[in-house]
Design a protein. Structure first.
Length: 140
């Protein structure tokens, strides 16, 4: 069995962003030489997410509206986490909890075993600073 580790780094220009990272995960798989196994992809931060979905028109804007509806960024003082501290990112923690932490994808015959329209995305909810995403591949 082999293991391969790669770290991606992102520094978004906006507080929130959705970035398609499928190609980066596929490249890591190619570099690893693994043919059968599993890929784990997760952000190494508590205000970001990795998820699988479609890359259809408008879907990310719909996510943004949905997440902002259930956990609006402002006013910052609506959250106990933000009160009395320098923090203003309680909404980002909640958004991450809703979108999930990580994904695991099967590797079959040297390819990610994704559905027809499935893509892997990094979701940033408290950006404008450097953050990392771990790609861990295990298999043979």
């Amino acid at each position: 069995m082999k293991a391969y580790r790669k770290v991606l780094t992102f520094n978004t220009k906006t507080r929130r962003a959705f970035i398609n990272i499928t190609n980066e995960v596929e490249q890591a798989l190619k570099d690893s030489g693994i043919q059968e196994g599993f890929a784990l992809v997760n952000p190494m931060h508590i205000t970001a997410s990795v998820f699988i979905n479609d890359h259809e028109h408008g879907l990310h804007e719909d996510y943004e509206a949905f997440l902002e509806n259930i956990a609006p960024e402002k006013p910052h003082d609506q959250y106990k986490h933000n009160t009395g501290t320098f923090e203003d990112n309680a909404d980002a923690h909640i958004k991450r909890q809703v979108m999930g932490r990580e994904v695991v994808v099967a590797i079959t015959e040297g390819s990610l075993d994704l559905g027809t329209w499935e893509q892997i995305f990094y979701g940033e909810f408290d950006g404008k600073r450097s953050k990392r995403v771990l790609i861990k591949l295990i298999g043979s």
